[in-house]
Design a binder for this molecule. Sequence first.
Ligand code: HEC
Length: 170
Amino acid sequence: MINTKNVLMGLVAPVALLGLLAANPAAAREPFTKAELADQNAARLAAVDHGRDLWHGSLGSMQSNGLACGNCHPDAAASNPQTFPKFQADLGKVIPLRDMINWCIMVPQAGTALDVNGDDMVAMEAYAFALYTGKAITPGLATKQTTGINVGSGVGYPKKGSGVGYDTEK
Ligand code: HEC
């Protein structure tokens, strides 16, 4: 037997939803204009640029031994950001990229970790990902980690540095 109450409810719900959408035109927003997209990209590139400087030694608290990320990961080499989150053997658990960045700040560079939610950390990630654009996302295992490459530059090393901050030729 047809339940009239159910049929009525089945009609009321979609009609009410339509009414709600009509009353709230902002439910589906307009696409961004080209100018807005350009502004958003400029903001992203500013973060990438700040990340490049941090990566190459513009913040002294990130080290206490004269090393910058760029000494072992020139141009974010061998940082493989697209493989995170993954298991990190030294920490014994699955970690996001920002924890790996802080690990390298605290261990090889003997520095002070960045605030994981701060603008500097966002910039570090923005820089790494910008240089890995187009790489397939392939979260991996510790056994697949490629180690940093010592390029022999910066204060901790004698050769040519990146020209930013403490990671410069001395
Ligand atoms: C003295 C050399 C050295 C410096 C300086 C250094 N790293 Fe590393 N980095 C390493 C080594 C070695 C590993 C591999 C560690 C492991 O697998 O447990 C590594 C691994 C990484 C990884 C993971 C790579 C992967 O394939 O999973 C990231 C990301 C990373 N470093 C970022 C940084 C950042 C950011 C900095 C600067 C704050 C930095 N590193 C500074 C040596 C260095």
